[in-house]
Design a protein around this ligand. Structure first.
Ligand code: ZN
Length: 578
């Protein structure tokens, strides 16, 4: 027995079979029953939602000689004539390939002859928006004064291209895209009738890929059925339709999380080996990222996403160290990749390098870029924005960074070759630790020339950013040996400029100056003479708070050394028994 495609075999035969367009079926049925039939209809909607099928059902219903005015009997002369290959009363043309005036003249010629078998002569013009202007004009006259036995049914996917003169003379019906549930339940019904064993997940794949079109859903279903026979699993359906298995994406997200380039390349290779093309691969990954975000935020349930609870839990728990912000950045990179891919001569390389960049989504790089953006006043040309940036920076500055007692906040500085960088607001404060790095690097002359200096910064919005390397002493006439050392090595200035520009990620104008201590600095000099107890009180906020709250007096303090490698405290205190 010849194989009949499911799409044809299960094409709806009456309005009650139509899925998803109940509003149209109802209106048409009411018009038929009430005898208020329009002579021209326009069916609009996206492809595969049942426009042409509905046109044929309408033609059959109107011409049926059976007793039920709403359901064609299928056995009368007219029904038989229409279901045969070349019906006498129904004339169907595809305007996509018959756009000319002559094609329409042929239609108009036929209009004048009465129907042979049924009550009406019915003209179905598919893709009517494709007709030329001349053809539309020729049609218009007939539409204005049609013979009583003539009915036109136009169908179009692009109603905006149909002239207003035509639109004003037809009764318009808007066909809806089908929901996944509507497609799935129709396929489920066909499976039951055909004795096909299909899992829910398999039917979901058709419903999703169909993207609102019942015809596409049935086509995919047919395609899969030809290979799987009556046992349809999700895996077999995916492999036949070239849809990447979700496991590929779980391994990709894991590779990205672990900065595992090899894992990223392997995923691409695995996909290519099982015949997945890049377009569905990237579409699938986009959907995967979306599902990750949705399930993390619990914005949608497993049901809403048409996935199993088990898969939902896996989405929710995978890639834990990838933040929601990073997920959005990955999505953005993916969208850029999809846009670029169609112009690429080497799509595989492009996909691989983008996945590699995703795996090396380096926070530091972005931080440097962000700092540079804040530092560059040109990027904040808007005064309000500039002000906002300054406010935020000031707020960040006023909040002391969390730190262990006695530790320098910039102790994480790596030396001149290190990667730490600073904003304009913090460069002065960071300067002592940057200087300490020079000594570590072993260039004692340069280190000595910088020792004891202060960095003074000018207007934060000025470009290049003004910085003065300042030698501070008892008087403005500084004759310290480190200042002399700088004068003997004028090349140190250029070197310092390079270092600072690297730290700040912006251009600076560097000057050198000398001055006497300010009052505040003298106070610091005074502090240097204070007792260690007093300094402890000043330095350690908890001690100060104890003193204030309980009027406590510090009588004894033990320095606690922190063993950095073992993360344990090795200091002992015999007095802490109570
Ligand atoms: Zn009939």
């Amino acid at each position: 027995m010849a194989y009949v495609a499911m799409a044809r075999k299960w094409r709806p035969q009456s309005f009650s079979d139509m899925v998803g367009q109940e509003h149209i079926a109802k209106t048409l049925q009411n018009a038929i029953e009430g005898g208020r039939l329009h002579h021209a209809f326009l069916f609009t909607g996206t492809r595969g939602v049942g426009k042409t099928t509905s046109a044929r059902i309408l033609a059959r219903t109107l011409n049926c000689k059976g007793s039920d005015p709403l359901h064609p009997c299928g056995v009368c002369d007219s029904c038989k004539d229409i279901s045969g290959g070349n019906p006498m009363d129904v004339y169907e043309i595809d305007a996509a390939s018959n756009t000319s005036v002559d094609n329409i003249r042929d239609v108009i010629d036929r209009v004048q002859y009465p129907p042979v078998i049924g009550k009406y002569k019915i003209f179905i013009i598919d893709e009517v928006h494709m007709l030329s202007t001349g053809a539309f004009n020729a049609l218009l006259k007939t539409l204005e004064e049609p013979p009583a036995h003539v009915i036109f049914i136009f169908a179009t996917t692009e109603v905006n291209k149909v002239p207003q003169t035509i639109l004003s003379r037809v009764q318009r019906f808007d066909f809806k895209r089908l929901t996944m549930e509507q497609i799935r339940s129709r396929l489920r019904y066909i499976c039951e009738q055909e004795g096909i064993n299909a899992t829910d997940e398999a039917l979901n794949i058709f419903a999703e890929k169909a993207d609102g079109s019942m015809r596409d859903g049935l086509t995919y279903f047919d395609q899969a059925y030809a290979f799987t026979g009556s046992e349809m699993t999700a895996d077999s359906v995916r492999s036949i339709l070239g849809i990447p298995p979700v496991e590929l994406f779980f391994s990709l997200i894991q590779a990205i999380e672990n900065h595992d380039l090899k894992g990223c390349f392997k995923m691409v290779d695995d996909a290519v080996k099982i015949g997945i093309e890049f377009t569905p691969l990237l579409d699938g990954f986009g959907k995967f990222l979306r599902n990750m975000i949705y399930s993390r935020l619990e914005a949608f349930t497993a049901d809403d996403l048409s996935i199993t609870e088990e898969l939902y839990t896996r989405y929710k728990s995978c890639g834990q160290s990838i933040s929601n912000g990073d997920l959005l950045r990955l999505s953005k990179m993916l969208i850029d990749l999809q846009a670029g891919l169609r112009y690429s001569t080497n799509p595989r390389l492009m996909v691989e390098t983008t996945f590699a960049r995703m795996a090396w989504l380096d926070r530091l790089t972005d931080l440097r870029r962000a700092l540079a953006a804040i530092n560059d006043p040109k990027s904040a040309a808007d005064e309000a924005l500039k002000k906002k940036v300054a406010e935020v920076a000031a707020a960040v500055d006023s909040e002391p960074p969390p730190q262990a007692p006695y530790e320098d906040p910039f102790l994480n500085y790596q030396g001149t070759g290190g990667t730490a960088c600073f904003s304009r607001y913090e460069i002065s404060a960071a300067w002592p630790s940057i200087c300490a790095g020079f000594a570590d690097d072993g260039d004692l002359m340069f280190s000595a020339a910088m020792a004891g200096t202060v960095l003074e910064t000018g207007d934060i919005h000025e470009n290049p950013f003004p910085i003065a390397l300042t030698y501070v002493g008892e008087s403005e006439n500084n004759d310290s040996w480190n200042f002399q050392s700088l004068q003997e090595h004028p090349e140190f200035i250029a070197r310092l400029q390079t270092i600072l520009e690297d730290k700040l990620q912006t251009k600076i104008s560097l000057s050198v100056k000398t001055r006497a201590y300010t009052e505040a600095e003298r106070q610091i000099q005074e502090n240097a003479k204070k007792s260690p107890y007093q300094l402890d009180l000043d330095k350690e906020p908890i001690l100060k708070k104890l003193q204030e709250t309980f009027a406590a007096e510090l009588v004894y303090s033990v320095p606690i050394k922190r063993d950095k490698d073992k993360e344990t405290f090795t200091g002992t205190d015999e007095n802490n028994e109570n």
